[in-house]
Design a protein around this ligand. Sequence first.
Ligand code: HEC
Length: 133
Amino acid sequence: MRTVRCAVALLLGMLLAGCAGAALAGDPDRGEKLFTGRIALSARGAAPTCASCHGIGPDGKSPLGPSLYGVAGRAAFRVTGMAPADYLRQSILDPDAVLVDNYQEGIMFRGYRETLTDQQVADLVAYLLTLQP
Ligand code: HEC
């Protein structure tokens, strides 16, 4: 009986570990609200709103960081062999990993890895993927 329970526990553990690694489904509408600040990114305003630095319009206007107009298209070519969703995810969680358009490191907020939930990141990535050229 004991061995059976152990085997079940082991199997459950493996299943859970497998699930944790799987990508969450993102909601682009919620992602848009997070991006623009209509839904707060974090309690107490610890994380700045994406739109405070990034414009998304075809005019290319953007306050502090690069315009994200059409970023879903560029995301496929930034890093060879990296899927667009993975690149965009990395851009949020590890902004200095790839520096675009001669921007310096350290301008984009580095704390999203600590302040955002996995679901929020998935929602933001789903939204960014809608920003087609
Ligand atoms: C304080 C300003 C600032 C904030 C806030 C900010 N960013 Fe950025 N972001 C930048 C800068 C500067 C760069 C360019 C440097 C680099 O590549 O890391 C950048 C780069 C990016 C890129 C890469 C664009 C490309 O063309 O490859 C993406 C995607 C991005 N940011 C998404 C976001 C999202 C989503 C948020 C909100 C969760 C956010 N940023 C918040 C300043 C900011």
